[in-house]
Design a protein. Structure first.
Length: 168
């Protein structure tokens, strides 16, 4: 009966349990990382968003809705600060790497795509480059595809590492 009474006492309130066994208390930074990870996944989900677009689409002269990249642009603009740093080292290194590649991709979007004449809400790597300037076309499309692969791969590493470390 003694141990049942002790267990009952400790189970009544988490603070009692953690007062006696502080090694089992959740670390404050784990909670902060969980909240940040939730924000990350909400902004850049693996499916039905920019990450899926990067994984599945060809930039070789095909147009795309410019708004498709808004979450990636938001990530670049809003996640390069101390408020968006993970405490867990591996997650933070992956976040920084993803931010670097996302910034490179956004710069490429700004410099190497143009609005489509028939629909100003869409942009494209000019398809005429394939014939008029094939070297530039291949380089630009290759850069888009290489960066897209790196972004998707790093994003998936962040998600996997976050789930493993944070238990979500």
């Amino acid at each position: 009966m003694f141990w049942e009474d002790v267990a009952q006492f400790l189970a009544e309130d988490e603070s009692k349990f953690f007062a006696h066994y502080p090694q089992f208390a959740p670390k404050a930074f784990t909670t902060a990382d969980k909240n940040l990870f939730s924000q990350f996944v909400a902004l850049l989900p693996s499916s039905n968003g920019v990450i899926q677009f990067l994984n599945e689409n060809n930039m070789a002269g095909f147009s795309f809705k410019r708004e498709t990249f808004d979450p990636l642009k938001d990530f670049c603009a809003l996640w390069d600060n101390a408020e968006h740093e993970f405490h867990e080292q591996t997650l933070e290194e992956l976040r920084k790497h993803l931010l670097t590649k996302a910034n490179e991709y956004c710069v490429l979007l700004a410099l190497e795509t143009w609005p489509v004449n028939s629909d100003p809400q869409r942009s494209t790597v000019p398809p005429e480059w394939e014939y008029e300037d094939p070297e530039r076309f291949r380089k630009v499309v290759g850069d888009f595809h290489r960066l897209a692969q790196e972004i998707v791969k790093t994003h998936q590493q962040v998600v996997r590492e976050g789930k493993k470390y944070l238990g979500v």
